[in-house]
Design a protein around this ligand. Sequence first.
Ligand code: IPM
Ligand code: MG
Length: 301
Amino acid sequence: MPPARRFPADAVLMGAVGGPQYDALPRAMRPEQGILAIRKALGLFANLRPALLFPELASASTLKPEFVAGLDLMIVRELTGDVYFGVPRGRRTNAAGEIEGFDTMLYAESEILRIARVGFEIAAKRGRRLCSVDKANVLDTSILWREVVTAAGRDYPDVTLSHMYVDNAAMQLVRAPKQFDVIVTGNLFGDILSDEASMLAGSIGMLPSASLDENNKGLYEPIHGSAPDLAGKNRANPLATILSLAMMFRYTFSRADVADRIEAAVRRVLAQGHRTADIAAPGERVIGAREMGDAVAAALG
Ligand code: IPM
Ligand code: MG
């Protein structure tokens, strides 16, 4: 075997956070604050969330196979702005003496521009169609968003830009998901749409993600939660995590060759019929997380 090659610590592979035991904690102490602080501190503003349906899993989707077969879309979600980080936020007592909770949806031009560019760059390397999702019929933040994305598009004449309101996008994703190539959107809308898109791909247990800074250094994680109900039971689907590793090789280490090998190994085990519980059709044999991991390792060749 060749000596293990060491890669610089430009990338981190991470599991998801959360669990019901934290639900009663004040917001500042919830584990979600950890991942949000990491994203912000490392400047990981570009969150890439592909939704790709492996043909073998066409029947695992809750949508009819003809609507999802061949699905390959990429959601580019802005990750360090929006109502997630906007200030002021908190609670106050209004003039009538009633307690109010409030958050601030906020985007600076430069934040919109840099994520728009990521969206255009990725679209240029794929199907050359970018759909920007906003709520510009209601929100001032979105009106600015649309203006800036449109202006950025002048630098990418080969990419066809369209705009869609987020409510319509949520509907179109289940009505005709294959109309999309790349979607670029803000933090909150991207959070919601990427969970929705995951079900098109059969299971949220299949979807990897990359969170990148300006220099493509990144944090990689499955888009699913920590699944506390599955912890320690050898039942989780490890493929989203394994596919996140493939994305790490593709985006941070510029080793598309290694990424291709990992993704091919995942395709191979699916073709061989290996299924964890979340992607098994009724009656299909179910294997555990450990067995699935071993199968991928064996398929790497
Ligand atoms: C995600 C998660 C996080 C988010 C939570 C855990 C804070 O839902 O990565 O999509 O809302 O961004
Ligand atoms: Mg989410």
